[in-house]
Write a protein of this length. Structure first.
Length: 693
């Protein structure tokens, strides 16, 4: 028996981007473990990725090209050869491209976070074609935009420093479920005497283990930050030296927060005055004592109308108290902007050759697939190629999305590992490789290590990497540019810009051997200012925001759907709903892994005892959750984990695996955020009733 250990990297949409060690025996992967030497992974994997062998060898794995033989959505296919699949794809796409290539749309996101298997060869194909561009904003773009206006880029506190903080605000996140290796650091901080405070509408697994949980209403995070600033200014809990040297616009900010009294803040957020004041004092006084204070923001708080502004407002707090002076202080939303990724070289936007295709927002795909040609919209969408995504499950207003993909005149190609909800609507279904079967290079958005993934096993069946699939489609459509001949290793060797000071040591052959290599970064990135903003300072006042038609100062933007902003709608649908990630799923990945789904059981809805009692709902009963957009059913869990006025449906379930064939996105909206053109999944009002027998 031949036994080897192969170095890899977790490809999934998680900040931890773990270093993997894959055990291979006689060509078969038998175990996936965390690399104990990688400082972030530390030998520990989440429950999901520790089952990666089960997922790779799943009996339902797609192994051969397939052609639809039933109605769209029925999921009936016949096996065909790769030659037949490529011929049919070219036969269907070429006449569309001849009329207007913008009628062809890619749809992808972070099914893999790899720089090679993600968009490298795919975008070379679509750019050469002149297809419509996709606005890939379904997750993080609102917060990233607000953070960039303030800090200058997605750069923040190094995860490896958090254990030295004395106060940590975990704001809009549940790291036990979605950022495990940060949680390990926070547990160490707690053992060293740090105080952990969770700010979240829901008492998550993380909130239960913090010293304090502040359960504000969804979408009111900016108001809480403004109220904190009011107290910090009023009680002079400020670092005036840092403010003077390294910030811009403090005088205007001071005027803005004067009206955000603790009383106004508490009323807006649905919390107590004491919670507002005590939070601000804990933050300001700990910093005043010279101790590190840190904020870990996550993406939950930005999925509302004012989500970008909320992140922008919270991001101002560390500079007010001088938290950036400490390696363990400051704020982290994402570290992705630290990496000098060579996306232009990999994806080659120059291949558009001066063309300016229209851009389709991935959050409005349901409406856009049903639009006719018009001068404003452009041509009707006639073909969609879906890869690294499952829009039927994850896109908002799911009924609209389904109606769009049901069109018989829409040619749909799906690259997948399994027959997902979206795969059921494919005309041609192509088998893609998993992370164990291909080469890739990775950055991270929760640590500072460049990562390499080596292929541990040969592709199963006739599956192929995304890169190879797009090479084959390109050549079948007559694209003979040498750029389509570059191998995956040649692409990976260009993944990071060696001319950049943070990655001068990048060498692909070396990275493949070691698996990971840290960027050249100071431990406290903004201890002496140097923010990558136009002013070089943390911008409380942003001229860039003003130029973009936004309020240049932090402010509070109410939800589209709330009692305060839309009382008529709230009378009809009085409960706010959020749908954060279930612990055992990752977006819609891993839902079909039996051992993980068995742990989740079935779709649940957490509802506060008072809200349940007023509706005659008992724990364990099936309930119907609905609004004007749609409805789904789930089993009620009557619990104070959901604050009064809020229901929580942990997600995202494959629709076909739910009892009613639906999930939480039946009720979410296609409306976009204040900035960043991102989704408003947690800006949703619903009503709940007992489900019909």
């Amino acid at each position: 028996m031949t036994k080897t250990i192969v170095r890899g990297a977790c490809p999934h949409d998680c900040p931890d981007t773990c270093a993997l060690l894959v055990t291979v025996e006689d060509g078969v992967a038998t175990e996936v473990k965390g690399d104990p030497d990688h400082p972030t992974t530390a030998g520990v994997l989440c429950t999901k990725v520790s089952r990666y062998v089960e997922r790779t060898y799943h009996p339902d794995r797609l192994l051969y090209p397939m052609r639809r033989v039933g109605k769209k959505g029925e999921g009936k296919f016949e096996r065909i050869t790769w030659e037949q699949a490529l011929d049919e794809i070219a036969h269907r796409l070429q006449p569309i491209a001849a009329r207007d290539p913008q009628a062809i749309l890619p749809y992808s996101y972070c099914g893999t976070m790899g720089l090679v298997q993600g968009e490298a060869m795919a975008m070379r194909f679509f750019n050469t074609l002149g297809a419509s561009l996709l606005d890939r904003t379904v997750c993080a773009n609102a917060g990233a935009t607000g953070y960039k206006y303030t800090i200058g880029g997605s750069i923040g506190t190094d995860t490896e420093q958090f254990q030295d903080a004395k106060l940590v605000l975990i704001w809009g996140g549940n790291p036990i479920a979605s950022n495990l290796h940060l949680w390990m650091r926070l547990q160490e901080a707690k053992r060293r005497g740090a105080k952990l405070i969770a700010i979240d509408p829901y008492r998550s697994l993380t909130a239960e283990k913090c010293h304090q949980h502040i359960a504000l209403m969804p979408g009111t995070d900016a108001a809480l930050a403004l109220g904190m600033m009011h107290v910090l200014v009023k009680e002079n809990l400020l670092d005036h030296d840092y403010i003077e040297k390294h910030t811009f616009g403090f005088a205007q900010l001071k005027d803005r927060v004067a009206d955000w009294t603790p009383e106004r803040t508490a009323a807006t957020c649905g919390i107590t005055v004491e919670e507002v004041v005590d939070l601000a004092r804990a933050y300001g006084r700990t910093a005043r004592a010279g101790e590190p204070v840190a904020i870990r923001m996550n993406y939950g708080l930005q999925r509302v109308h004012g989500g970008g502004m909320a992140v922008r407002t919270i991001a101002c707090l560390p500079a007010l108290v001088g938290a950036w002076r400490h390696a363990a202080g400051g704020v982290q939303l994402s570290t992705s902007g630290t990496f000098p990724a060579n996306k232009t070289v990999l994806q080659r936007p120059d291949l558009l050759r001066g063309k300016l295709p229209r851009t389709i927002n991935m959050n409005t795909i349901g409406a856009d697939l049903q639009r006719d040609a018009s001068p404003d919209f452009g041509p009707k969408i006639e073909a969609v190629i879906v890869y690294n995504s499952n829009p039927l499950a994850i896109a908002p207003d799911s009924a609209q999305v389904q109606r769009g993909f049901e069109r018989e005149d829409l040619f749909t190609v799906v690259l997948e590992h399994f027959q997902t909800d979206t795969a059921d609507y494919a005309d041609i279904l192509l088998p893609a490789t998993t992370q164990l079967e291909h080469v890739d290079a990775h950055l991270a958005y929760g640590h500072l290590y460049m990562m390499a993934n080596n292929a541990a096993i040969a592709p199963l069946g006739e599956s192929k990497p995304n890169t190879e699939i797009f090479r084959l489609i390109a050549k079948r459509m007559g694209m003979n540019d040498p750029i389509f001949d570059e191998t995956d290793d040649e692409l990976a060797a260009q993944a990071f810009d060696k001319k950049h000071e943070r990655a001068v040591h990048f060498d692909w052959s070396s990275l493949k051997r070691t698996g990971w290599q840290k960027l050249n970064m100071p431990v406290a990135p903004f201890a002496e200012g140097g923010f990558p903003t136009p002013s070089g300072k943390c911008e409380f006042y942003s001229a860039s925001m003003q130029a973009d038609g936004l309020d240049p100062l932090p402010t509070y933007i109410p939800n589209y759907e709330s009692v305060a902003s839309n009382p008529e709608l709230a009378e009809k649908y009085p409960l706010a709903m959020i749908s954060p990630p279930a612990r055992n799923f990752l977006n819609s990945t891993f839902v079909n892994v039996q051992s993980l789904r068995a742990t989740e059981g079935e779709p649940h809805l957490d509802i506060h005892p008072a809200d349940a009692a007023s509706r005659g709902i008992a724990d364990g009963e099936m309930v119907r959750i609905f609004n004007d957009r749609g409805a789904f059913v789930a089993r009620a869990r009557v619990t104070a984990k959901a604050r009064a006025g809020l229901v929580v449906g942990l997600s995202v379930w494959w629709k076909k695996l739910a009892s009613d064939g639906k999930n939480a996105n039946e009720v979410t909206s296609q409306r976009l955020t204040d900035m960043g053109r991102a989704p408003t999944f947690y800006d949703t009002l619903v009503q709940v009733e007992k489900a019909a027998p």
